[in-house]
Design a binder for this molecule. Structure first.
Ligand code: COA
Length: 405
């Protein structure tokens, strides 16, 4: 059943904006928000006075000690005065939390046009401050000292995964098995990032570099190397959600076909670390609402905050059975010319991961693919794609299915 059949209306992405991701020393959180909000409203063909509500995804104001950041969008235009603006926080999925709140406001009929923004400014703070702020997403770790930050939490996932499935992957030992597979995922996403003008990293490191520990690719938290991690980033993205598009919009609109959201338990001991069970639930909800299976997707932008997350994602989305995710990369399915290209944008790995911006950025990249405006990233025949965004280690999970009209 389509959204229209279920809720009596379509949800369309009618305009979008995206900043460059990276270390943006000349930009503030405010200038990033105003830039992408302006682009999104202009491209939708609307005026600021047409916006009924604003949601901003931003994770941790500890990295940028500001309150009321959702109100920063109002600096764009006097016509935005008195528009309700709310900040959503669900760790690294804060952007998708904003997106789904916007969807629900339009579905509820309390807003006709919603501006959704995701933004984060991380590089102004030192590595120790950023690391501690990110660990807040783990709740149990919040306030605790850690030398490995969030990488340490995903390193535990990799260790558990290797213990359970490693011997079935390639050869004996981590280096020839899971380590090589994660290196291939990193190399794929770095290669894809070369074609993304918004990406933070334009470096085609190649398989050998990503698979090998070296001075230039040191261990961050055993067994994860630097190339297994997303970088620390600044950036923002925005979309306008409406029930119909105007003839003044810059591109054709994109339709939301389904969406899902599921949160998981703390403490982590209650969960199997090799399975992101709530992530799987969010995929099932979104695909179920869209009435399609994973085989009906032409591409997916997924949350590869660390390479092990992308590997487990192949299984959570149902591309392979559990423990067999490595097949998706070894057999070439997830490359640009494969049956389900994953992270053609370079993913968080190469595009960058300004945490609150990521979920909105993924929707913007998908919308570009579906309107044939993705430039060097463009896939032939991209008619339906998925976006998956995750906060914490499988804690806050969001999936959207988007379709070309
Ligand atoms: N992947 C690949 N290369 C990276 C990189 C990354 N994630 N981060 C930095 N680099 C490169 C830089 O381009 C630079 O290259 P150069 O020496 O050739 O110019 C070099 O590594 C050193 O950069 P620097 O910024 O000093 O790296 P760092 O060691 O301080 O930080 C990480 C690297 C991986 C520790 C850091 O990016 C990090 O903490 N990432 C994880 C962030 C995180 O937890 N996000 C939340 C996810 S849920």
């Amino acid at each position: 059943m389509s959204l229209k059949e279920q809720f009596g209306k379509d949800i369309l992405l009618t305009g979008w904006g995206h900043s460059k991701f990276g270390k943006l020393t000349d930009q503030t959180l405010e200038s990033l928000i105003v830039q992408v909000a302006g682009e999104a409203i202009r491209n939708s063909g609307l005026d600021p006075k047409d916006i009924d509500e604003i949601y901003l995804g931003q994770f941790n104001s500890g990295m940028q000690p500001l309150g009321f950041t959702s109100s920063l969008a109002l600096q764009l235009s006097a016509d935005l005065a008195n528009v309700p603006a709310t900040r959503t926080e669900n760790a690294c999925a804060s952007g998708s939390a904003a997106f789904q709140q916007g969807v629900k406001a339009v579905l509820a009929g309390t807003a006709r046009n919603v501006l959704v923004i995701g933004a984060e400014k991380m590089t102004d703070a030192g590595a120790d401050v950023v690391g501690a702020a990110l660990l807040g997403a783990s709740y149990e770790m919040a306030g605790k000292a850690s030398t490995t930050g969030f990488t340490g939490l995903f390193a535990e996932v990799a260790k558990h995964y290797d213990k359970r499935y490693g011997s079935s992957i390639n050869g004996p030992g981590y280096e020839a098995g899971l380590g090589d597979v994660l290196g291939s995922i990193a190399a794929k996403n770095h290669r894809n990032g070369m074609d993304n003008p918004y990406a933070q990293m334009h470096r085609d490191f190649g398989e050998e570099f990503c698979r090998t520990i070296s001075d230039k690719n040191p261990m961050v938290a055993e067994p994860l190397r630097r190339t297994d991690c997303s970088p620390v980033s600044d950036g923002a993205a925005a979309v306008v959600l409406s029930t119909s598009a105007t003839s003044d919009s810059a591109t054709a609109p994109v339709r939301l076909a389904g969406f899902g959201h599921a949160n998981d338990f703390f403490p982590a001991e209650k969960r199997d670390p090799t399975e992101f069970a709530a992530t799987r639930a969010s995929w099932e909800r979104a695909l179920g609402m869209a009435g399609v299976g994973v085989d009906h997707l032409d591409f997916a932008e997924v949350h590869d905050c660390f390479t092990i997350a992308e590997l487990v994602m192949y299984e959570a989305m149902g591309l392979t059975p559990r423990g067999e995710g490595s097949r998706a990369i070894k057999e070439g399915w997830v490359y640009k010319d494969g049956k389900l290209p994953v992270n053609v944008s370079g993913g968080l790995k190469a595009k960058g991961h300004p945490v609150g911006a990521t979920g909105v950025s993924q929707h913007v990249i998908a919308a570009m693919q579906l309107t044939g405006t993705a430039g060097g990233m463009q896939l032939a025949n991209a008619r339906r794609g998925a976006v998956q965004n995750m906060g914490g280690v499988g804690i806050a999970n969001y999936v959207s299915i988007l379709e070309a009209l």
